[in-house]
Design a protein around this ligand. Structure first.
Ligand code: SF4
Length: 467
């Protein structure tokens, strides 16, 4: 990855109007703050109020029932669109709109100002936080019930405020280290075409000549050394700094095509392969696959015959397992265990298979481990578009409730996943061709393609049975 402008044709082509947009963001702090606090207000109302309203009747619509309206906004539009925005705007969502970011930064401005503890800097948090939230969200049915939404989103927001209050001074320590989707956004932003580009030559040359405006980079990015938008929240505050920072465009995916294997992180690879692909597919599919139903019936009858009987009890509280008798939706302990087992099992089997394929693809080159980590970033389009496809099932379900039909849904999903697979293969080719040629290159590409094919096969039940 390059930090300078050399060879950055895209950035040069687009530099003037994009740089002006970046400057506009920097100088309109007040306007951006108003936007942020409006989002916070809407978020608080839509997360909190529906949780205290009765369950919506079957024929409720988004326009006549606040619970359904909130479901539309949070799960039907917000999540899929936030994921999609990462492909185009990088982490602009985080820096300009995210209510948790706004709240944690505000709390940090008035809080204790303690330094970030060592345990919080552990590189595995993005994976662990994403995995726990994904699995927990499924067992409490976060997409279906407003109380579960309040529990998961509200709990995360309270934690963000508490962390902000205790740590940092006007910083977003929560976003940088503990936010459950920080890792996913950081990975997706690597393929975004927009970024704040740092011209290291201009920075050096500016010493003493160009006035530097004071910058509070809330996510604590080391701006001078920034080489991509992975950690940057695109807030625009550093635009024009030392005459060397400007909003610019670059070819989508180029950062991961050129990634230095020494910079590839094992936890990022784990998050892409086992989290964004494995866990996510398990979470999206368990309720759609007939195999899950068959397994549930077989295990329930076995427990009926041999015990222990408590496994079939449905006395778990709603904040631990789905429990809505009025909606005839109650999980037994066996259901909870099966859902967790299914999601984790899918992640292990599918993630294990992909890991083997990545290792095989890296075999012809030296430094297999780091090459495999680097190659895992090539799966980012497939993982990210997979998240979009999975989350958009909620949009489709809600649209159905409003009497709208999405025609040719499986075809649309196939097209999106097919494009994502092609993009991943293109990135892998760009990575591999500089390190292998002839039969070695063919072998490496074949092994990577096998992993991609495995992911596509795993999507089959979802693509054709959900919606
Ligand atoms: S580096 Fe920091 S200050 Fe600059 S745009 Fe990114 S988040 Fe904002």
């Amino acid at each position: 990855m390059s930090s300078s402008s050399s060879g950055d044709d895209f950035a040069v082509l687009n530099s003037s109007w994009l740089a002006a947009l970046g400057e506009w963001m920097r100088t309109r702090t007040r306007a951006l703050q108003i936007v942020q606090w409006c989002v916070v207000g809407a978020y608080v109302v839509l997360v909190a109020v529906p949780a205290f309203l009765p369950l919506p009747p079957e024929d409720a619509h988004g326009y006549d029932n606040l619970v359904v309206a909130a479901q539309w906004l949070f799960w039907g539009l917000w999540w899929p669109l936030v994921i999609a925005s990462m492909f185009v705007l990088g982490r602009t969502w985080c820096g300009v709109f995210c209510p948790e970011g706004t709240l944690t930064e505000a709390a940090s401005r008035h809080g204790l100002g303690l330094g970030v503890p060592r345990w919080m800097r552990w590189g595995g948090w993005p994976f662990v936080a994403f995995a726990l939230t994904t699995v927990f969200g499924q067992v409490v049915s976060v997409y279906q019930y407003a109380t579960a939404t309040l529990l998961v989103l509200g709990g995360s927001t309270l934690a963000a405020i508490a962390v902000g209050f205790v740590y940092g001074k006007g910083k977003r320590v929560w976003c940088r280290h503990l936010c459950p989707v920080n890792g996913v956004f950081a990975i997706l932003a690597r393929i975004s075409p927009l970024h704040f580009r740092v011209d290291s030559n201009a920075w050096s040359a500016s010493a003493g000549r160009v006035r530097a405006h004071p910058v509070n980079c809330a996510p604590m990015v080391r701006i001078r050394r920034m080489t991509g938008p992975s950690e940057c929240h695109m807030c625009g505050r550093c635009s024009g700094l030392h005459g060397a920072v400007a909003l610019a465009a670059r070819p989508p995916g180029r950062e991961v095509m050129r990634i230095d294997p020494a910079e590839a992180r094992a936890w990022d690879a784990a998050l892409i392969v086992f989290g964004m692909i494995g866990l996510a597919i398990g979470a999206f599919e368990w309720s759609a696959t007939p195999w899950f139903v068959d397994l549930r019936i077989a295990l329930a009858s076995r427990v009926l015959d041999h015990g222990p009987a408590w496994l079939l009890a449905d006395n778990a509280p709603w904040w631990l397992l789905t429990h809505y008798p009025d909606a005839h939706d109650v999980f037994t302990w066996l259901d909870g265990a099966l859902i967790v087992g299914w999601i984790v099992g899918t992640a292990l089997v599918l993630g294990g298979f992909i890991t083997i394929c990545l290792a095989l693809a890296s075999l012809p080159m030296r430094g297999i481990r780091h090459r495999a980590y680097a190659l895992s970033y090539a799966l980012t389009p497939l993982a990210g578009i997979g998240l979009f496809v999975g989350l958009s099932a909620l949009t489709v379900g809600l649209a159905k409730g409003e009497g709208m039909q999405v025609h040719a849904l499986p075809m649309l999903r196939c097209a999106l996943l097919g494009l994502a697979a092609a993009w991943s293969l293109r990135i892998s080719y760009a990575q591999l061709r500089s390190r292998a040629t002839g039969p070695r290159l063919a072998f490496a590409l074949g092994a990577f393609a096998l992993g991609v094919a495995g992911v596509l096969v795993a999507w089959y039940p979802f693509v054709f049975h959900v919606g």
